[in-house]
Design a protein. Structure first.
Length: 310
């Protein structure tokens, strides 16, 4: 009897009312022969019921072709759904690959950090270890994931927030995770407070909501050690005065390289596609911000090696 062949199926568990078409399209373009099932308004209570029903029908061989993609704009709920999904999967001796990229937060943060790593290497400043990094508005999904990745690279991270207590919850969570005090918070609820958050920074990443300028040219003059500035806000007004969305290691001012939101966005898409491909290639495993960063950094290292070989 011929072996059954299995179609790749992506099961989207989205915590929002509507599943964003963004990641559905990225997945279907990466695997045009695949199928997508989508579930919306998913909570940690709902997740196990769906997971049990996707885990068993295809058996261990077929389950390797069923991929779960967890998504949503509520970062905390996404984390809860991931936890509930992993727990439910333990009820079978096999599992499924789980991709997590809440509204692009993981792949975008991974790409942003990797781009600043690349700029640091290109300038001869070395790796991110020990670098003083300020993530402006480091409390959103992208900003806090960037802070988490910088901390995992042993950078000395400052995040800003309009609310000290909101920032502290995030800093404490990351510090606990890495077992060291790598992230601190500076409250910035007036533009003139930005200077104190960036005075020692060698790298600044603006991670604010769309259409909010967080760093002016005058602010940047208050950061004498700064060599790299990144911005992830592609909606005008952009996050950093004078930094264009397509700028890619372009001098923002003498001695300071700027990386704009669309330059980061290009690496973000590559990273997300590769995350999906790796999740499809593996029968199980968690494909989250950490894998996203490994992928984005590999891309940068490849580019650096190519430039060095010229
Ligand atoms: N380039 C790409 O490929 C890509 C992909 C995905 C997202 N993005 C962009 O990445 C950025 C961050 O996304 P996100 O989802 O993490 O953002 P978000 O949650 O909407 O906002 C991030 C932070 O911005 C701060 N903020 C909001 N309104 C503000 C205001 N009026 N003044 C000052 N600060 C304000 C908030 O911090 P506090 O409340 O703590 O002050 C918030 O936590 C957005 O611009 C988004 O469009 C880019």
């Amino acid at each position: 009897m011929a072996q059954p062949t299995y179609k790749t199926v992506f099961v989207f568990l989205d915590t929002d009312k509507y599943c964003s078409p963004f990641d559905l399209l990225v997945a279907i373009d990466a695997f045009p022969d695949s199928m997508i099932f989508k579930y919306e308004n998913v909570t940690d209570e709902d997740a196990p019921k769906i997971v049990f029903d996707l885990l068993f029908p295809r058996g261990p061989v077929g389950a390797a072709h069923t991929k779960v993609f967890i998504n949503g704009s509520n970062f905390e709920m996404v984390e809860k759904v991931v936890e509930a999904t992993q727990k439910a999967m333990k009820s079978a001796p096999w599992g499924n690959s789980i991709i997590v990229d809440p509204r692009g937060g993981y792949s975008t943060a991974a790409a942003a950090v990797a781009k600043t790593f690349g700029a640091s290497m290109a300038q001869g400043l070395g790796s991110l270890e020990g670098k003083k990094v300020t993530v402006l508005a480091g409390t959103g999904p992208v900003g806090q994931t960037a802070a988490r990745i910088y901390a995992s690279e042993k950078a000395d991270v400052t995040i800003t927030s309009r609310s000290l207590s909101k920032g502290q919850i995030i800093a404490e969570k990351i510090n606990q995770e890495c077992g060291a005090t790598r992230v601190k918070v500076v409250e910035v609820n007036k533009p003139e407070q930005t200077a104190s958050a960036i005075k020692d920074a060698q790298i600044i990443l603006a991670a604010g909501a769309g259409g909010i300028q967080l760093l002016t040219a005058a602010d940047l003059n208050q950061a004498p050690n700064c060599k790299i500035v990144g911005d992830i806000n592609a909606i005008k007004p952009l996050g950093v005065e004078g930094l264009g969305p397509n700028d890619d290691n372009k001098e923002l001012k003498p001695g300071v390289l700027g990386i704009g939101a669309l330059a980061i966005g290009k690496l973000k898409i590559k990273t997300e596609v590769e995350m999906i491909k790796r999740a499809v290639a593996e029968p199980q495993g968690l494909f989250d911000y950490s894998i996203a960063y490994t992928i984005a950094k590999e891309q940068i290292l490849k580019k650096l090696a190519k430039t060095a070989a010229k």
